[in-house]
Design a protein around this ligand. Structure first.
Ligand SMILES: [Zn+2]
Length: 400
């Protein structure tokens, strides 16, 4: 790959213009504009744009998406069980998971500046491991464009759907995934201890990470969090487990919430939030202040669970910042950091950084600051993955 010289960009609000030299997929040099001399490099005029690190969609479901096809009116009933049933019914009718849809959504995410994604793929006796295999195939095709990590996800339940646990184990044994999902051990599965012991046992046997969907509310969800914390500490899985959603934390009284946060911080359990619909929002500043890592993700994008979403992590950051009541650039930058460092830490990866030596996972955006980038969300001027231009002006660059 030829060197790339990105000229005349800024690293922060009102910072002087600099040039970024990209070599071998990494940021080799950052110098004041006009000083870098690399005659062999491909030149890119940054035109004063802001350079930001690639974002992490730490919670999505690309296997479910209807992205790239005509409008499908929402058809599910109002509660979680309705959506699960509707998703399973509809997927056969609509040909899901669809290779074209998965590819189109991942490319869309990339074009918006996401360079790493964790996607939960449904596993159940009906679909078996087909979804995991399909997502793996597309991820392989896009390996130079975006890093994709899959979670084998028992969407319909593990205990309530006999045969699912064996499939999850098979996915781990085959090396299809390195992360296992779980879901509402009490509210859906009606047996928290058995559900959690099963997935923690598998995680221990196969050295897998865990990411548990926890929609349970109030004291029920808080109790499940306590059971998860206990097991992380007991199995020595600190830093390898995430709880997705986890809104119960904001529904219990303050002392209880503080106690659980302390446990999450001690067990280094990350919280992954999508901040969608009318669910309570995690208080970012407070939780980070208590030492809890938070990442963010788009969750479902245009699927049988809901008609919204566009795969843009700056949009997700906007919702997180807005609903947290953030107004200052500093506050909004903290929400953006959730979408960059928080997600990376949750996935056990190095956060993307704009500094010499770091992988060139970054994007250029016509904004004065992170605050403006999140408030206005203009198309991304250029997106690089390991130094390769993968999108321009909001559209994927296809390899010719
Ligand atoms: Zn989800």
């Amino acid at each position: 790959m030829r060197d790339m010289l990105i000229e005349r960009v800024r690293l922060a609000h009102e910072a002087p213009l600099v040039d970024l030299l990209i070599q071998d997929g990494r940021i080799a040099q950052i110098e004041p504009a006009g000083l870098t001399d690399d005659a062999a490099a491909v030149r890119e005029d940054g035109a004063g744009a802001l350079v930001l690190p690639g974002m992490v969609d730490a919670h999505c479901h690309v296997d479910k998406t209807l992205w790239g096809r005509g409008w499908v009116p929402h058809s599910a009933g109002p509660v979680l069980e309705d959506r699960i049933a509707n998703g399973e019914r509809g997927r056969a009718q609509l040909g899901l998971p669809s290779r074209d849809g998965i590819r189109a959504l991942l490319e869309q995410m990339t074009a918006a500046g996401t360079t790493l994604a964790r996607t939960h793929t449904d596993v159940d006796p009906d679909i078996g491991l087909r979804g995991l295999e399909l997502v793996a195939t597309v991820a392989e095709e896009l390996a130079e464009v975006i890093d994709v990590e899959q979670v084998a996800f028992p969407q319909g339940g593990l205990l309530t759907r006999p045969g699912t646990a064996e499939l999850l184990e098979s996915a781990l044994r085959q090396g299809l995934v390195g992360c296992l999902g779980g879901i509402d051990p009490a509210a859906l599965e009606r047996d928290s201890v058995r559900h959690l012991d099963l997935i923690f046992g598998l995680a221990e046997s196969y050295g897998a990470r865990l990411d548990i969907h926890l929609h349970e509310r109030g004291t029920l969800g808080a109790h499940t969090m306590e059971l998860i914390i206990e097991r992380v500490l007991r199995h020595g899985l600190e830093g390898r487990v995430a709880i997705s959603h986890g809104v119960a934390l904001v529904e219990v009284d303050r002392a209880h919430s503080e106690r659980i946060s302390q446990g999450l911080a001690e067990a280094r359990i990350s919280l992954l939030t999508a901040t969608v619909y009318n669910t309570p929002v995690l208080p970012v500043a407070e939780l980070r202040g208590r030492g809890v890592n938070i990442g963010a993700g788009n969750d479902g994008v245009r699927d049988l669970w809901g008609p919204y979403g566009n795969g843009d992590m700056l949009d997700r950051t906007f919702h997180l910042a807005y609903r947290n009541g953030f107004r200052t650039d500093e506050q909004i930058a903290a929400a953006f950091d959730v979408a960059v460092s928080g997600g990376a830490v949750a996935l056990g990866r190095e956060p993307a950084r704009i500094e010499p030596g770091a992988p060139a996972d970054l994007f250029l955006i016509d904004a004065a600051s992170i605050g403006e980038a999140v408030a206005a969300r203009p198309p991304r001027r250029l997106v690089l993955k390991r130094g390769r231009a993968v999108a321009r002006h909001g559209s994927p660059v296809r390899a010719s």
